[in-house]
Design a protein around this ligand. Structure first.
Ligand SMILES: Cc1ncc(COP(=O)(O)O)c(C=O)c1O
Length: 448
């Protein structure tokens, strides 16, 4: 074997990997200087819900590795599908070519998504799906002789990704402000997050009140609006803000009434996370665009999909090239990622995952009662396989302390401010749920 093919075995330790990472890797969503005092967590391997470092120390992945993992790390069924696919086709461009995994995946998603979404356009990460939907919406109006419809609206505290187009509909100052001069200005409308309801006002009444504000905005601005983009049922980055499905139902009616597209960003909440395959089902609506990513590959590979209607597809179908949707990414519809997605859908079917999750969620709600009742816990809330609450704490750096203390208790916790949440892989066992509650109680006691 030529010398250049020989990979020298290298003994890696926690300490070795940390220092090499800090010198060579610029980590995402991080002020790198913080790692002078807050060490990175080295991960050697994953199995099921657990991540292990090089000394065998383990961490329960309560956040599904940024909300992507559904069936555990190194899942044997997804692994086997990928190994099989590796022997057939690793990649081919999707412009001018097609392949079995992307066709099968599109067919199966059309059968699973709310009725009427018959066309799948492929991207890679979640933010690329947001970009695609925004561009497709505005281009639709241009192709429909309404080129002035180029503005978008999103909810207050919305999050739709970090690329420039996605930031234009993301309402998180920390992520936006540095790039303000580069970002298109779009308006926001009040969020139906029920934590903001008046005392005595139900989540439903509050959602309807917020829908009235949406209507007022649409009434005034619809002529220039292309689309309203929304995270259905849970605004993840807003601190797992949850809201009543009636808001989505009203948003659908109002968007149809005022000729504005509705984009449902189910990047975080799709794939069973809210208790139904897609959150929109709980409001009985079909959006004009449905965005899917994260859990679709079981947390294995980047893949995103924008599903849309015949009406939108037909507006691009013409003799002129420029009326077509000419957007692309090199890895669009990658066969390996599609195959991981097909294996993920197989698990949903074969294991009746949605029903199994209902049983798990009931169990967790029962054993989480001491958390719900804890005097320092506020707004305990739950939807599907997501739980969240605020901790009344004197520590301004609660998130960092909680993360560090979590690691000492074998938990990967990643609070947002003083909001602590659990979004575990669906394979979490009863024993692991019990451990999660017991260790979280100990952490809250220590930090409140
Ligand atoms: C609702 C929502 N939209 C879009 C994104 C962006 O996805 P990605 O990080 O894969 O670009 C996220 C990521 O957390 C998200 O939660």
């Amino acid at each position: 074997m030529p010398a250049s093919y020989v990979i020298m075995p290298r003994m890696t330790s926690n300490r070795d990997l940390l220092s090499r990472s800090l010198s060579a890797v610029w980590h995402p969503c991080t002020q790198m200087k913080r790692h002078e005092t807050l060490p990175l967590v080295p991960i050697a391997r994953g199995e099921g819900i657990w991540l292990y470092d090089f000394d065998g120390k383990r961490y329960l992945d309560t956040v599904s590795s940024w909300w992507v993992n559904l069936f555990g790390h190194c899942n044997p069924r997804i692994n086997a599908a990928l190994v099989d696919q590796l022997g057939k086709l690793e990649h081919v461009m999707l412009a001018g070519f097609t392949h079995e995994p992307v066709v099968q995946l599109s067919e199966r998603l059309c059968g699973l998504a709310p009725a009427g979404l018959g066309h799948c356009f492929y991207g890679s990460d979640g933010a690329s799906a947001t970009e695609i939907a925004l561009k497709m919406s505005a281009h639709y109006w241009r192709n429909s002789s309404q080129p002035e419809k180029t503005q978008f609206i999103s909810l207050q505290n919305s999050y739709h990704g970090e690329t420039l187009g996605a930031l234009s509909v993301t309402d998180v100052a920390l992520f936006r402000d540095a790039y303000g001069a580069l970002i298109k200005q779009n308006a926001t409308v009040p969020s139906p997050d029920w934590r903001e309801a008046e005392a005595g006002e139900s989540a439903e009444a509050f959602a309807l009140r917020c829908a009235d504000a949406l209507e007022a905005h649409l009434q005034q601005h619809h002529a220039r609006l292309a689309a309203f983009i929304v995270e259905p049922l849970i605004q993840g980055a807003a601190g797992m803000a949850m809201y009543h499905p009636i808001y989505l139902k009203r948003a659908r009616e109002l968007c149809s009434q005022y000729g504005v597209h509705l984009i449902a960003d189910e990047i975080a909440v799709g794939m069973g996370r809210t208790g139904t395959m897609f959150a929109c089902e709980q409001a009985g609506i079909t959006p004009d665009f449905l965005l899917i990513s994260k859990g679709i590959t079981g947390g294995y590979l980047p893949l995103s999909i924008v599903m849309t209607t015949d009406d939108i597809y037909q507006a691009f179908y013409a003799d002129e090239t420029a009326r077509g949707f000419l957007h692309s990414h090199s890895y669009t519809g990658n066969p390996l990622a599609c195959r991981a997605a097909l294996a993920t859908l197989d698990i949903f079917e074969q294991d009746d995952v949605l029903a199994a999750n209902r049983v798990k969620a009931d169990f967790f709600n029962r054993i989480a009662q001491p958390l719900r009742d804890h005097r320092k816990v506020k707004n305990f809330r739950h939807t599907g396989m997501v739980w969240a609450f605020e901790v009344d704490t004197p520590h301004v750096d609660f998130a960092q302390r909680c993360f560090s203390l979590g690691l000492q208790h074998e938990l990967l916790l990643r609070p947002m401010g003083n909001t602590l949440y659990f979004m575990p892989p669906y394979i979490i066992s009863e024993e692991e749920m019990q451990m999660l509650v017991a260790h979280t109680l100990a952490i809250i006691d220590a930090l409140s």
